[in-house]
Design a protein around this ligand. Structure first.
Ligand SMILES: [Zn+2]
Ligand SMILES: [Zn+2]
Length: 275
């Protein structure tokens, strides 16, 4: 069995592939449950995401493909939604417009002294103020009740950030969460991404400081549930890295992951993802 709960199509603009191409590729790779999570409209960035005017077409196209390929694969419709308190009404409006299966919250933008730093600007993630602002945004997002899971909280470890410091802050946030109401994503894209080494000031390809396994083990002890996704941006990359990350997580005692349908979590034994 294979599930992939984080994938993108051409609707995200910096990703490629039609919805139908992604679904066909997923079927070829043996994916049983595919959730498409293109970036939701967001007021501060129009270049990396759906526009409001495209949301209807996106939803209907995913639903059309879900119906067309339902004998071969379970296709679910989601969104990866950026969070900032200034836009909370905008976000509520977007996610209430359609019957989404899955709403994945993310922090991709942090403003420091008026400058927007994106999570993919890995050379800049070590600047003063970035870490504390990112963490407080994650904390608010985790507690706001709008999201099923948090996308790649640990991708900032691609920058010059101390993993121990990050681990401590995230554990503090999740200790406060009651009833296991939001999941933490095991994002499997690290092997395709760069890492910025703050000491040597070098960018290195294919690093894997996320998902942060020591942190995930401790979150598991707290009873936190996990989603898993490739974060693919091309049809070819769908499901990429999932089996490897699932195997690593099994070694540290993770027993199951979840995916979401109609905004409700469904459990899958991690053993089922290994072959
Ligand atoms: Zn993301
Ligand atoms: Zn994504």
């Amino acid at each position: 069995m294979l599930i992939d709960s984080h994938t993108h199509t051409k609707y995200s603009k910096h990703a490629s592939g039609q919805v139908e191409e992604l679904v066909r590729s997923a079927i070829n790779k043996g994916v049983n449950v595919l959730t498409i999570t293109d970036h939701a409209p967001y007021p501060i960035d129009r270049n990396n995401r759906l526009l409001l005017s495209e949301l209807d077409e996106y939803y209907k196209e995913v639903k059309r493909c879900a119906e067309k390929f339902k004998k071969d694969i379970n296709v679910l419709v989601g969104l990866e939604v950026d969070y900032h308190r200034n836009y909370i009404n905008f976000i509520k409006d977007i996610i209430s417009r359609y019957d989404f299966d899955y709403i994945l919250g993310a922090i991709h933008y942090v403003y420091i002294n008026g400058e927007r730093i994106n999570t993919w600007d890995i050379e800049k993630l070590g600047v003063k103020g970035y870490f504390s602002t990112y963490i407080s945004n994650i904390e608010e997002m985790t507690g706001c009740g709008l999201f099923d899971a948090i996308a790649h909280p640990d991708t900032l470890l691609s920058g010059d950030i101390q993993p121990k410091m990050f681990e401590k802050e995230i554990l503090n946030i999740f200790k406060e969460i009651k009833n296991n109401c939001i999941s933490y994503e095991l994002n499997c894209s690290a092997h395709r991404k760069n890492y910025y080494n703050g000491e040597s000031k070098n960018v290195q390809l294919g690093h894997s400081r996320y998902p942060s396994l020591p942190l995930i083990g401790k979150l598991n002890d707290l009873g936190v549930s996990f989603t898993i996704g490739s974060d693919s941006h091309t049809p070819e990359d769908v499901s990429s890295g999932i089996r490897d990350v699932a195997a690593e997580c099994k070694k540290i005692g993770i027993d199951e992951v979840v995916y979401y349908k109609n905004r409700k979590s469904i459990r899958v034994k991690i053993n089922n993802l290994l072959y």
